[in-house]
Design a protein around this ligand. Structure first.
Ligand SMILES: [Zn+2]
Length: 177
């Protein structure tokens, strides 16, 4: 389970502001104790947009070790989803096209991820709509008036990013799409 750093919404911002800086360590996510140790970092090929000589890869992800429970946790910027290939902004771009009524085929022609991947994103977004709405309405009360997942996400994306929504769901323990 990672920590997710809020408001770091691009890889360039992450590299410039955080990747080498000591994390202001919080309590262990597993046992709640203080006193975590820095435990190196691992590389992630998170940058899939730039051409190779402009690429920010490898993106270094910090790790911390808890001597009390012997668990390790990593620290991700908000823009990088845990255990996923594409960044949240790629997923948001796809969802925005689908929400305005584009078909899966038309969406897949406009952006990099495959039709199969885009379909999976959409299916999960629909399946988990009530869970996401439950969490996000605690922060954005006006979303309570929306009636279905299309209304809801269209309203949300007017002023917020998918990465912010998914960070809040992650903190609340709700599965993210
Ligand atoms: Zn611990």
């Amino acid at each position: 389970m990672p920590w997710i750093l809020s408001d770091i919404v691009s890889l360039a911002q992450y590299v410039a502001t955080f990747s080498m800086k000591e994390f202001d360590k919080k309590r262990c996510l597993h046992c709640g104790k203080l006193g975590l140790w820095r435990h190196g970092h691992y590389p992630r090929k998170a940058d899939r947009s730039s051409v190779s000589d402009e690429s920010l890869n490898p993106i270094l992800i910090q790790r911390y070790y808890c001597p009390s429970c012997c668990q390790t946790s990593s620290v991700l910027p908000e823009c990088i989803p845990p255990k996923r290939w594409y960044l949240w902004d790629a997923q948001q771009e796809a969802l925005l096209l689908l929400l305005v009524g584009k078909s899966l085929n038309a969406t897949a022609k406009e952006i990099t991820p495959s039709r199969h991947t885009i379909k999976r994103w959409l299916t999960r977004l629909k399946e988990r709509f009530l869970l996401h709405k439950d969490v996000l309405c605690n922060y954005f009360i006006e979303l309570g008036r929306t009636v279905n997942y299309i209304d809801f996400w269209q309203a949300f994306f007017k002023t917020h990013l998918l990465s912010a929504a998914m960070r809040l769901c992650h903190v609340a323990g709700v599965l993210i799409p």
